[in-house]
Every structure is written in C-alpha cells, then in structure tokens.
Design a protein around this ligand. Structure first.
Ligand code: WQD
Length: 337
C-alpha cells in the first residue's frame, strides 16, 4: 500500500511539479486546491506525465468545516506538503489583509486537523523572504530572520513560528520548513510549468510572456541597486530540482531520519543572478530580443539575496542540478521558447 500524501496547492506551480515527483517515487497523492491561481487542466497534464491521475478536491483551507470534512472522508494520509498560499510579493503590499488571512488561517486550520486526525508529518513551503534584506550574504539557515520587506514575507515568517510552536506543543508532530529562493523553469515535458492566471507577478513568467507577445513590454523594477549591474539579485532555482527536494524531505520524516521535530532547510543553488542577467540569459538562450524598460523599484522588493546551500546538500543529500542558464524558458502554453 503506497504512502498517501496530501499536497495542498497541488495544481500550482511548485505543487504540480512536486506531485509529479511524488507519484514517480511511488507515492499516492491527493490534492486540495481552490484553483484561484491555477487550472484543473494541470491534473490532466500530471496524469499525462506520470500515467496516474492524482486525487483532487477543490476548496480553500480557510473553510474549516470543509477541511475537517475532507479529513473525515480521506483516511490514511501519512504526510502533508503545504503549498496553498498567496505568494506575490508586490501584490501582498497592496492587499495585506488578504495575505494575512489566506496564508495564516489556512495553516492553522490544517494543523488543527493534523492533530485531530493524527497525521504526524508536514513539509511546509517557506521562503527566503523570511530573511528580509540580509546583512551578510550568502544566507545560511542560521542567518537571523528579519522583518520581511513585504506582507507576503511576513506571512511566511509567522507561518514558520506557528508551525514551530505547534510542533513543540504536540510531540507527535514532525515538520520541515523548506525556504526556497526563486523557483523558475518547468518540467521537461512542457506539460506543466508556471502558468499563473492573469498578469504574471513574477519575473520569469513575465519575461516569457513578453517574448511570446502575450505582454507588450517587461518593466524592470529598478536599476539603482548596489549590485553588479544595478538591478536586483535573486537566486533562481529550477522547479524540478525544488520538487525533488520535497520528496526527500517527506522521506526524511516518514523514515524517521529527522534529527529534530522541527527542521529548516534553504533550497537554493548558491548563485545570485540579477534581473538584467536573466533578461540577457533569456535572449542568449532563445535568440529572442526582449522588449523591456527600466522603471522605479517595486515596493516590498529587497536588493539582493542568495544562499549557502551546504546544509541541504549534506544533511538532505540534495543539490540543485540545473544551472539557471540552461533552463528552458516556457511561456503560458508550455511550449519551449
Ligand atoms: C524577482 C525580481 C523584481 C517582475 C519570489 C516569489 C516568492 C518567493 C521569493 C517562494 C525582483 C524583478 C519582477 C517584473 C521585475 N518564492 N521583477 N519585473 O519578488 O523575488 O519573490 O521569490 O516563496 O513567492 O514571489 O520574485 O519574480 O516577483 O521578482 O523587474 O515584472 O524580478 O523586482 O527583483 P520575488 P519576482
């Protein structure tokens, strides 16, 4: 009997790639997603890749009754990977209450059900945004978290505290928070990728949609940062590499390999890349000239961040394989550029 894993936000970008890797590793997967930022088409494409249609229920975890009812009807779940959340830094500055409600209440509902229905393991989708603008780079798991520069980053930091304190108060629970940097790219099949509904908030989907003529022009938010070329620096990690790390984290918990009941890992590549370098890299990889212009900085953005990846490399036995330059860039239709 395969281990049954619940993936919340499983039709989303990182969630769908993680569902594929879980299924390919022999896990039975059931997804909860409210489809607010993804399409149910993703379920068909997951099945095309793995030959297995994941279980799926459409609702938002903010509805406690529906969440409880789900667990009453779905026994035998051994672990949860929790992705479901709003995740755009810029948008969170404009809509803080939506972000605090959606990202905090959903986790609390989930944890209460985990305790009530005796599901011991959870992997939480955290983020490098909990570091705010670090004073020292690269960041390690010991780098002090700072006040996030955006409500989104704050919700991830508070989520981590909610998870940590709930685990400390309930010894039967074990959890791993994975702090990732900027996920980009798509599954080699091009059947799943970063397919946000509406205007993309993140850089790479905006780049690919501009190149595909779906967007008129890309705005580069600031070139007056104290970085290699003035544009902001991030660490871009391939989404399939990221998905594989989630399977490793689940196996660590299921096999009792975790050293503490609450563990944190940075998932990065160790390389910082600027916005203008991403644009140049895209143009070189595709031969397509991008139409972009430099505009003012975006509220909530930090200047630069990248990770020291030694702890995840050694403790998890996981290393990001794909260099951002070798990434295939795909636009909404999932076609290779
Ligand atoms: C990257 C850079 C922008 C859009 C993301 C996720 C968040 C978290 C951390 C996982 C910034 C610039 C962007 C555009 C631009 N990941 N940019 N023009 O803000 O680093 O956060 O990674 O949890 O969920 O949102 O990512 O892609 O929005 O921005 O110039 O049209 O690209 O200013 O410097 P960000 P992003």
């Amino acid at each position: 009997m395969a281990n049954k894993i619940l993936v919340t936000g499983g039709t989303g970008y990182i969630g769908s790639h993680t569902v594929v890797e879980l299924q390919l590793s022999g896990y039975e997967v059931i997804i909860i997603d409210d489809l607010s930022n993804s399409s149910s088409e993703v379920l068909k494409n997951i099945e095309k890749i793995t030959g297995i249609k994941p279980g799926f229920e459409q609702f938002n975890l903010i509805d406690k009754d529906k969440t409880e009812d789900f667990f009453i009807r779905n026994e035998g779940i051994q672990a949860i990977i929790h992705f479901a959340a709003s995740k755009a830094v810029g948008e969170s500055v404009e809509k803080p209450l939506m972000y605090y409600r959606n990202n905090l209440v959903t986790l609390m509902n989930l944890l209460e059900c985990q305790i009530k229905f005796s599901i011991p393991n959870i992997v939480f989708s955290s983020s490098c945004t909990v570091y705010g603008q670090p004073d020292v780079l690269p960041v390690t798991e010991q780098t002090p978290r700072k006040d996030a520069e955006s409500p989104y980053g704050n919700t991830k930091r508070v989520n981590e505290d909610i998870l940590r304190d709930t685990i400390f108060a309930n010894h039967q629970l074990k959890g791993i928070a994975l702090r990732y940097f900027n996920p980009i790219g798509a599954h080699p099949s091009a059947l799943i990728g970063e397919l946000p509904l509406g205007v993309p908030q993140n850089l790479v989907p905006f780049v690919t949609q501009t190149a595909a003529g779906l967007r008129k022009e890309l705005n580069v938010f600031g070139d007056d940062y104290n970085t290699i070329d003035g544009s902001a620096v991030r660490e871009y990690i391939n989404v399939v590499d990221l998905a594989k790390a989630h399977v490793i984290a689940i196996e660590r918990l299921l096999n009792g390999k975790n050293k503490l009941n609450y563990e944190i890992f940075n998932l990065g590549t160790g390389t910082g890349v600027s916005v203008l370098q991403i644009i140049k890299g895209f143009e070189n990889a595709t031969g397509i000239k991008l139409n972009y212009k430099i505009v003012a900085r975006r509220a909530g953005d930090i200047e630069q961040i990248w990770a020291d990846t030694v702890y995840a490399n050694e403790e998890l036995g996981w290393t990001a394989e794909k260099d951002w330059k070798k990434l295939y860039f795909r636009h909404g239709s999932g076609k290779n550029m």
